[in-house]
Design a protein around this ligand. Structure first.
Ligand code: HEM
Length: 573
């Protein structure tokens, strides 16, 4: 799945880190002088409102996880497929979700910010977001301006692509989790934010990612994806090692010839080969698709989320075209049909399962295209270079610890890699993956529409939200909230090791839910959550089985980071 914001390296190095904003700016107005009767009455009124809203369930309430215990690799449909291997030991709920009433001293505050003049306001905000400020600075400057991590703002693309760009931004670890609460927010057609790409790009269907759990097809389609991810589970690790072993061999050879090598294109090929062979049992090389899939998917994604990207054209031209109009789906139809044909021909057992679940074969085909090409390939295309980037930057000492852990575990298991062994014997590998997902969540923006009047809390205040208002969370500001994480802007490889570290996992929410909970047919948590964590761990394992250390150069790209390897030091112990 794709991030709607292209992280650029310059975002991170030149923009002022969120945690450096003086606490002065983050602390909201102090409660009024307790000596005055009028102020005391106002306080009592605030409390009455809060109590009333809490009593009527207006607060974001804990998600009732219906995650089932999984005691073997047998994975019935409807149950997330890999729970056995990578479930966290933490069972308590995030503190951010558990409180039903704000502390008595939390002031009720009107949501600051405004949307400006119709049309003009949203174009101004869009220009600032993409060009004059840049994404992170855009949010940071408004936190300072409004002295609040919750405020009103227009989100791109705005008109004419999206009819209504007005949102309430949630930019801290306390307010953000309301977006996971499907009792409080509706997620219908909000996967890409304030606009939805044409269904002509997905075979005429509204695919699962756009469905709210209250819609009848949400549950069967999510069950189908649980089946997809689990029905060939024994081939996951071997196929991963095959695809990524061959990637690293070719990277080594190119590096020795050229002195540096781009990780991206080879990673794209390896990801699609792995996904097809592991999930469908079909090698794309033996199909009419050949090696064309990554390029086709890139184009197809541009047609869907172009209005949210910057691709390096001159500002005015890019804004007047890419951000202002939808690319006509007819231009990509022939390519898309090649993808759909591949899935139609290769996904027999999954399509049979779809029939059993009451889903038409055609609807299943287009959902498979989306979940494998957009959700899975897209997510890995962003996450894997991110992992290589953060590990590369972390340097030799962390590399040596990872190599020692990985090799000791694999040796003690007769050279084999298994899910249980990863879970039990590789705490540092697990931690670095969570840390990469925390510091740079690959899908950075989530949306939800208030189903009823809500009272939303930040660290410092409570805010009333009306039914129908659109809530928007920029996840990096929640997962790098300095009031939750120490050294929040730093990559701390062993942050999640040990009991203390594991307790923090509830604040890692890359999957649209806490890491300590799992996807179900009732929630909107990523169907591939456990799969993603598994393949990310396999990437780290593959790296440190082969190499003692490596070095990188980092640049930016329209989607994620561009990482070049400049040295790979072969395993010496
Ligand atoms: C790095 C990889 C991935 C990331 C970062 C990621 C992230 C996310 C996020 C943030 C959401 C919630 C979006 C929203 O509603 O606002 C989501 C939903 C979803 N993801 Fe993933 N995802 C990844 C990989 C996968 C994979 C491998 C699958 C496999 C099939 C998948 C399938 C889905 C589906 C179907 C939904 C919608 C769930 C529902 O409707 O209940 N994702 N993902």
């Amino acid at each position: 799945m794709w991030s709607s914001h292209a992280f650029t390296d310059s975002d991170r190095t030149t923009a002022r880190p969120f945690f450096l904003i003086p606490t002065l700016f983050l602390s909201l107005p102090t409660p009024p002088n307790p000596g005055g009767e009028r102020e005391r009455e106002r306080e009592r009124e605030r409390k009455r409102v809060c109590d009333k809203m809490a009593a009527t369930g207006a607060f974001s309430t804990p998600i009732s996880s219906t995650r089932l215990p999984v005691s073997s690799y047998r994975t019935p449909t409807g149950v997330p497929p890999f729970s056995i291997s990578i479930r966290s030991s933490i069972s308590n709920r995030p503190s951010t979700l558990s409180a039903n009433a704000p502390p008595a001293d939390l002031p009720l505050r009107k949501i600051p910010g405004d949307y400006g003049f119709p049309f003009i306001g949203s174009i101004q905000d869009r220009f600032a977001y993409f060009y004059t400020e840049g994404c992170d600075a855009f949010f940071r400057s408004r936190i300072r301006r409004y002295n609040s991590t919750v405020f009103r703002v227009n989100m791109p693309p705005g008109p004419p692509v999206s009819a209504d760009p007005r949102v309430i931004a949630l930019l801290d670890a306390v307010s953000f989790p309301v977006l996971f609460d499907t009792a409080a927010v509706e997620k219908r057609d909000l996967f890409t934010g304030t606009f939805m790409p044409s269904t002509d790009l997905t075979g005429g269907y509204r695919v699962l990612s756009y469905l709210d759990p209250s819609e009848p097809l949400h549950a069967p389609l999510k069950k189908l994806l649980f089946f997809l991810l689990s029905h060939r589970r024994r081939s996951l690790i071997p196929e991963f090692r095959r695809a990524f072993g061959s990637l690293f061999s070719s990277l080594e050879s190119d590096l020795s010839k050229q002195g540096k090598v781009d990780f991206g294109p080879g990673n794209d090929r390896a990801c699609f080969d792995f996904l097809s062979r592991a999930l469908l049992g079909r090698d794309p090389a033996d199909s009419p698709l050949g090696s064309d899939a990554p390029a086709i998917i890139m184009k197809w994604v541009l047609f869907q989320i172009g209005p949210l990207l910057t691709i390096g054209l001159p500002r005015i031209i890019e804004d007047a075209t890419l951000h202002s109009f939808r690319l006509p789906p007819a231009l990509i139809r022939a390519d898309y049909n090649r993808l759909a044909d591949f899935f139609r021909e290769s996904a027999g057992p999954v399509l049979d399962e779809a029939n059993r679940l009451g889903i038409s074969r055609e609807e299943a085909v287009h959902n498979l295209v989306f979940s494998i090409c957009f959700n899975s390939f897209g997510g890995m295309k962003i996450l894997f270079p991110n992992i290589v980037k953060w590990l590369g930057r972390a340097g030799g000492r962390l590399h040596t610890r990872l190599a020692a852990e990985v090799r000791a575990a694999v040796r003690s298991n007769d050279g084999q890699i298994g899910m249980r062994m990863i879970e039990e014997e590789m705490p540092l590998v697990k931690s670095v993956v969570y840390e990469a997902l925390r510091i740079e969540p690959p899908v950075s923006m989530q949306y939800g529409r208030a189903k009823r009047d809500l009272l939303i809390r930040s660290h410092d205040a409570a805010f009333e939200v009306k039914t129908g208002e659109l809530l928007f969370g920029y996840q990096p500001f929640a997962t790098k909230d300095p009031r939750v994480f120490d050294r929040a802007e730093e990559f701390v490889g062993d942050r999640f090791v040990g009991e203390e570290g594991e307790r923090l996992l509830r604040h890692v929410v890359w999957s649209n839910g806490p890491e300590t909970e799992g996807p179900t047919v009732e929630n909107k948590q990523c169907a591939g959550k456990d799969f993603v964590v598994l393949v990310a761990r396999l990437l780290v394992i593959e790296l440190f089985l082969r190499y003692d250390s490596f070095e990188i150069e980092v640049g930016s790209s329209a989607l994620g980071s561009s990482v070049k390897l400049t040295s790979l030091k072969r395993a010496s112990f």
